[in-house]
Design a protein around this ligand. Structure first.
Ligand code: PDD
Length: 281
């Protein structure tokens, strides 16, 4: 495997950043994960738009142009022969002697791009059978709208899910309302048959898959209500599913050991998944 690090393409095993990189020391960086399907990068423009926003929110300046960045991404995918898989892009505030305040302005940002192929049979199995989730209190900071590499709460939550025999952890806010998954957005088809997801203005990351799913729903004439739902509403829903660039649309059939609907993936998630790649760009 080949990775891109600060202007160089290196064997994955030799690719490294400095020990005083601020990504390592302060989680002072942002990232994107993007799906590649049949050799096409899914929703690249939206992912690069969000990257720019994240960088702006934490005041990192990237001198590399969007065009140059896209070329690097394509080159990493090409060198790794990825036709179905993903790329990972991380930008940090660069390497400088450890100090909480920003380094001198001339300090270049660190840019890393990696890519890997995914096994479509694993995805197909999850879609066919559905996956399990647990709920837990949302203990993250209140700027989860920024896609930062500071993912310790998310990593702990996913590990807790794994130890409970589940694949995703669903966060719940202080009012008992669902926010999002440790690395996904959460959707339900409620008791009235309405497709719902939490508004992206507060408490969640505005997922690119979430945005594109809204386009898919509009094209298919499916109404969406951006309205938060409680854990009780989720447990009583006709369908629950999660979305992310890495999983597009996985049905959830069990939460905290309780079966959702009849315990089988529902029709809505399937319909959306089938239409997704016709709409995504
Ligand atoms: N995670 N919410 C959180 C907290 C996420 O980390 C992600 C994505 C999403 C979905 O966003 P999108 O549809 O743009 O992928 C929602 C990535 C895949 C990750 O951390 O690996």
């Amino acid at each position: 495997r080949i990775a891109y690090v600060n202007g160089r393409y290196l064997p994955h095993s030799d690719a490294a950043v400095h020990i005083e990189d601020r990504g390592f020391q302060f989680a002072d960086g942002v990232y994107e994960v993007c799906e590649v399907r049949h050799g096409v990068i899914v929703d690249l423009t939206r992912h690069l738009d969000r990257l720019e926003r994240s960088l702006g929110e934490i005041r990192i300046t990237l001198t590399m142009s969007r065009m140059a960045l896209s070329q690097v991404i394509r080159e990493v995918l090409r060198r790794n022969r990825v036709r179905n898989g993903l790329f990972y892009l991380q930008v940090t505030r660069g390497a400088a002697r450890r100090d909480h305040v920003f380094p001198p302005e001339a300090t270049p940002a660190t840019v890393v791009v990696t890519a890997k192929s995914t096994d479509p049979s694993i995805v197909a199995k999850k879609n066919a059978n559905g996956i399990k989730a647990i709920t837990l209190p949302d203990n993250r900071w209140d700027r989860v709208d920024i896609k930062t590499v500071g993912l310790l709460p998310n990593a702990l939550a996913r590990q807790q899910a794994k130890e409970a025999g589940a694949q995703e952890a669903i966060y719940v806010d202080k009012n008992g309302m669902v926010t999002e998954g440790a690395a996904t957005n959460v959707w339900i088809v409620d008791r009235d048959g309405v497709l719902r997801t939490r508004p992206a203005e507060h408490g969640i990351l505005r997922g690119i898959t979430r945005t594109t799913l809204m386009d898919v729903a509009a094209a298919k004439g499916i109404a969406i209500r951006e309205e938060a739902f409680s854990v009780e509403e989720m447990l009583a829903a006709r369908e629950v599913f999660i979305t992310a660039a890495t999983s597009i649309c996985f049905p959830i059939v069990e939460i905290d050991g309780r079966t959702i609907a009849n315990g089988h993936p529902g029709g809505m998630s399937q319909k959306i998944r089938e239409a997704f790649f016709d709409i995504a760009e």
